[in-house]
Design a protein around this ligand. Structure first.
Ligand SMILES: *[C@@H]1O[C@H](CO)[C@@H](O)[C@H](O)[C@H]1NC(C)=O
Length: 310
């Protein structure tokens, strides 16, 4: 650069009292020799898309009465429409929360697809009878009438307790395996919002912990405890899931029986592997046996590998 240009630049800086050195930096500096997304990151992030699909469809349909095929059909990538999902009978507070959650999942699916390419939307079974089956299993007997997630706001939020938490623990689980800075940035951002959603759902239920879920004689707290116990049983890896009330031994620093957040002895979030998550979401206790919310299994390399005959 010619000396005159430097002088001109200095004069310019002086004149407006702003120079390049004081322009605030808004982008983090990433490690210079790293790739944004490593090949190995792709499978883990695509696995996450399965969970995001189930949440997107459950929330959008529950709040609005329609889902991805109307709002963002390209996200489905030709996958089949969900089975049995429907609009829920929600009050306005609950509907507003769930509408927001649903649109958040649309954003998650978009950024995942932009970052690692999409997977086809898997077949999802979100029918009332499928939720009822899960709840019956959680209690060990058949509720009469069968649990209906779409019947009222409280039932819907109990059913919602089933979903973002699996994303949360799955994201904590994938984090150590990701290498690329863009992959890590994305995962942290997804984890933040999934755990926020889970916290909102838990707080909603916590505020109503002693309420009886009509028409049953069962409290909200009991529902959360039974669902968490079922998930621990299906995942087969000990306690990584806790209801909104716990024995002191599981409370924060063993000092609380209240458990508005589910976390381990150091009060950090539990972590689950893809296999554990599939055992729960397939409701089969076996990552090689699809069922539950994913009658044909989840999509992407990680889930498909479990389905290959050995
Ligand atoms: C959905 O789940 C219900 C209850 O488990 C079951 O009866 C129904 O056959 C399932 N539908 C599909 C398409 O898997």
């Amino acid at each position: 650069m010619a000396a005159t240009s430097i002088v001109m630049l200095m004069m310019f800086c002086n004149f407006i009292h702003v120079c390049f050195s004081v322009i605030p930096t808004c982008q983090p500096t990433y490690p210079p020799n790293e790739l944004p997304v490593y090949k190995e990151d792709v499978d883990l992030l695509q696995f996450a898309q399965n969970l995001e699909f189930s949440e997107a469809e459950f929330f959008l349909w529950g709040a609005l009465g329609y889902g991805l095929d109307r709002i963002a059909p390209q996200q489905a990538m030709g996958g089949p429409p969900p089975v049995g999902v429907q609009k829920a009978n929600l009050d306005s507070l609950t509907r507003n929360i769930i509408t927001e959650f649903g649109y958040e999942e649309v954003g998650h699916l978009r950024i995942l697809r932009e970052t690692v390419g999409g997977i086809r939307r898997p077949l999802l079974n979100l029918s009332a009878s499928n939720f009822a089956k899960l709840i019956d299993e959680a209690f060990g007997y058949a509720l009469r009438p069968p649990f209906n997630p779409y019947g009222d706001s409280l039932s819907y939020m109990i059913a919602s307790y089933l979903i973002p938490y699996m994303g949360l623990v799955g994201y904590v689980g994938s984090n150590p395996s990701l290498q690329g800075y863009q992959s890590k940035r994305l995962l942290a951002g997804l984890l933040g919002v999934e755990s926020g959603q889970d916290a909102v759902i838990r707080m909603y239920l916590y505020e109503r912990a002693e309420m009886v879920v009509s028409p049953y004689k069962i409290t909200v707290a009991e529902f959360t405890i039974r669902i968490s116990e079922l998930r621990n049983k299906l995942a087969m890896c000990g306690i990584k899931d806790e209801g909104i009330r716990v024995p002191l031994a599981l409370g924060a620093e063993r000092k609380t029986k209240s458990n508005v957040l589910s976390a381990n002895t150091d009060s950090i979030s539990y972590s689950r592997t893809p296999a554990e998550i599939l055992r729960v979401l397939y409701n089969s206790g076996n990552e090689r046996v699809p069922g539950g919310f994913f009658p044909d299994g989840a999509n992407g390399k990680i889930a498909k590998q479990f389905l290959q005959p050995r």
